[in-house]
Design a protein around this ligand. Sequence first.
Ligand code: ATP
Ligand code: FE
Length: 371
Amino acid sequence: LVVLGIETSCDDTAAAVVRSNGEILSQVVSSQADLLAQYGGVAPKMAEEAHSQVIDQVVQEALDKANLTETDLSAVAVTIGPGLSLCLRVGVQKARQIAGCCNLPIVGVHHMEAHALVARLIERKLQFPFMALLISGGHNLLILARDLGQYIQLGTTIDDAIGEAYDKTAKWLGLDLRRSGGPAIEELAREGDAESVKFSVPMKQHKDCNFSYAGLKTQVRLAIESKKINAEIPISSASSQDRISRADIAASFQRVAVLHLEERCERAIEWALKIDPSIKYLVVSGGVASNQYVRSRLNQVVMKNDLQLVCPPPSLCTDNGVMIAWTGIEHFRVGRFDPPPPANEPEDTVLDLRPRWPLGEEHAEGRSDAR
Ligand code: ATP
Ligand code: FE
């Protein structure tokens, strides 16, 4: 099987071609980083336009780099949710156009499932059941993946995701936003003292596996105000004392943001091993999983519990087409796909887009009785 994967759920336009033996034939990502830096966030209408402008080119480049044409494909996989519906539509229309022309089946993919399953492309020994912590710009999920398509949600965020907290902290600290906030904070944090600002760890009193980052964001904002840091002054022009203050806040924020992940993972692992002692892996994926500090701290947690950590390389942690193609392959293999759409489908066809689409069922027990 050779599958083309298309991803347009948020601010990256991505496409890739992957073979069912796990070989990545091509991978192309076009990011809207400049737009994001200019407007300080994703505006759906603008993001949609940006996707529309580059989608044909991104897909063509993915095919060219793979040395294939559309007729060589076995299927097209595309993200149908969760995400911004205007943006999802661009990818889905493109996927249907190709599939329609070449009479190819289509696999509609869940973006967060793809973040988790790409770990199986990286680590071929990774069998179900396994646990996954998915940490990105819009999600903070702890799941137990029992089988393909069978997920139990042990925890989610009650407000913001960790990636959002990284991005806001970066913005308030005057970091260069032409790249996303996460890597900028990670880098600055290396210069800082992580114990210098006393932020409190979220949800200490809640004995469940849920997350919260809104309160930490507020704590960070207050610390920034009290140190009189002016985000209008870019860090590159800050005095050395000012730079130290900013680095201290970045490091202290990161320590506590990640401690929250560590505590929740510990609890979830303890609970999950009780119901299924055969679990051997914790997958950590999503954009924030490209962070080295996050990886090393979670590796400690995992080793303590005799599990193994599987973290895809950074280019497969942030949004990419490979994870969509791979998840398409996984579903295609077990017969989960849609028949080819008609060639020249009318533009006003009602599409199956799922902007809000939970991954698996919630598990109340896992959230409240873990300890
Ligand atoms: P979602 O997957 O929830 O729909 P998304 O698709 O926008 O959100 P991803 O591309 O998966 O998100 O992840 C982007 C997020 O990851 C951003 O918030 C970004 O700051 C964060 N991120 C990327 N690299 C790092 C890093 N090295 N350290 C911390 N955070 C990072
Ligand atoms: Fe994502």
